[in-house]
Design a protein around this ligand. Structure first.
Ligand SMILES: NC(=O)c1ccc[n+]([C@@H]2O[C@H](COP(=O)([O-])OP(=O)(O)OC[C@H]3O[C@@H](n4cnc5c(N)ncnc54)[C@H](O)[C@@H]3O)[C@@H](O)[C@H]2O)c1
Length: 387
């Protein structure tokens, strides 16, 4: 198929999706911007078709996002250093000619030089994710999450990339007193090396503006839901698995709040930013989730008990995780019309069913595939840019 025919097909498909999902006015705005982008790209001799680089695409969020992007008609390239050995989560996408994979580290100039040609937009997921892994590898976390991210941002701008979507975390709010809802203006209060590095790179992105590249920061709620790279070190999945296996569940600090968001909805939010008019998202910070999914741990347990009344649950104090925050998601709803569709109880039921069917019988045998526990030696020893 000729390049122009293929491009026409992609643009028409996207317009149809926008018309259905966002209505004629928003679709017309997005379509107009896409035509302007195509005109400017043609003048510069730059690629016409949009191709997104998903850095960290072999992970829990990334392997869901890649499937969703391909379904939306995007070309996708994944760059990942496979530090948990999760290549199997993205290998089947190679059946699709619109997908390519590069094994490489975001701290490496060479890896980025290979990954960026032809790329119009970047989604930066690659990080050491979670408080436990950042506690175990504090310097590596700073190197990857801060120096590596800066490396990606600089290389992306040199390569003339349009949008860069950076996935930060609602963990940045740390503790929000009095049960108030944290919005994007609330003072950040990171309680771990992980959150500190996310806050540091957010500041870097917002303080180093660029004429052409358009950064957007998404502070994601804690994710739940099934993914090709399943993680059982996240609250909803961990609790569900313990109960589904008939083990006693120990829950610490049960009245602390946190927001949750399904991985499918997180992917939808990232795509909404990639497909939004630049003026709505450039230099913006959005919390990603919905207020109905602000839960205490006790509320998650209640949902579990509804599905499995025989579950044995014990509560304790002093779990070592002081985070306690409820979050407002009004901005992303208002600006992008984003509304998560998936609920925690529904995801609990699906995961419990999958576990009961034996789909996750290998979790203990493959601890790093199913959780961020230990980093592969090669990634620890790798010497790229350092913080
Ligand atoms: N999962 C959540 O609950 C959650 C919540 C808030 C924010 N986030 C953010 O979403 C993003 C994705 O999270 P996730 O749950 O998919 O995490 P994940 O650990 O499953 O995925 C991270 C991916 O990054 C890759 N990676 C790590 N270091 C790399 C490096 N130096 N170079 C290249 N690739 C590297 C890993 O191999 C992995 O595939 C992260 O930025 C995270 O901070 C996640």
């Amino acid at each position: 198929m000729r390049e122009i025919d293929r491009l026409t097909e992609v643009v028409a498909r996207r317009l149809a999706l926008d018309l259905t999902a966002r209505g004629p006015a928003a679709a017309a705005e997005i379509f107009g911007e896409e035509l302007r982008r195509l005109g400017a790209a043609a003048e510069r001799g730059a690629p016409l078709e949009r191709q997104v680089l998903v850095a960290g695409g072999s992970g829990y969020v990334g392997s869901v996002l890649i499937g969703a992007l391909l379904a939306h008609g995007w070309k996708v390239r994944c760059l990942d250093n496979l530090c948990y050995g999760t290549g199997g989560a993205v290998a089947p996408f190679l059946n699709n000619p619109d997908f390519s994979f590069l094994e490489g580290d975001i701290r490496s100039e060479d890896a980025l030089a290979q990954a960026l040609p032809g790329v119009t937009d970047v989604v930066l997921l690659a990080s050491l994710v979670g408080d436990p892994i950042s506690k175990k590898y504090p310097q590596l976390t700073r190197d990857v999450n801060l120096a590596g991210s800066i490396n990606v941002w600089r290389a992306a701008r040199r390569a003339g990339v349009g949008k860069l979507v950076f996935t930060s975390t609602c963990s940045n709010y740390g503790i929000v007193p009095g049960g108030a809802l944290a919005d994007e203006e609330t003072e950040l209060n990171p309680k771990s090396v992980y959150a500190e590095t996310k806050v540091a790179f957010e500041r870097h992105l917002l303080e180093e503006p660029d004429e052409t590249a358009s950064p957007t920061i998404l502070r994601l709620a804690t994710a739940f839901g099934l993914s090709p790279r399943m993680r059982f070190d996240l609250t909803v999945s961990e609790f569900t698995r313990e109960v589904a296996l008939g083990r006693p569940l120990m829950v610490y600090d049960e009245d602390t709040w946190r927001p949750y968001c399904h991985v499918d909805d997180i992917a939808a939010a990232i795509i909404a930013v990639l497909e939004a008019p630049q003026a709505k998202v450039r230099g913006e910070v959005f919390n990603v989730g919905c207020e109905a999914n602000n839960f205490t741990k006790r509320m998650i347990v209640d949902a579990l008990l509804e599905a499995e009344p025989r579950a044995k649950v014990e509560y304790g104090t002093g779990g070592g995780d002081p985070r306690d925050y409820r979050v407002s998601f009004a901005k992303i709803a208002r600006t992008l019309g984003f509304a998560p569709r998936r609920t925690v109880p529904e995801a609990i039921a699906r995961l419990a069913h999958a576990i009961a069917c034996g789909l996750y019988d290998d979790v203990e045998a493959r601890p790093n595939y199913y959780g961020n526990r230990s980093i592969a030696e090669a990634a620890v020893a790798f010497e790229g840019v350092a913080a």
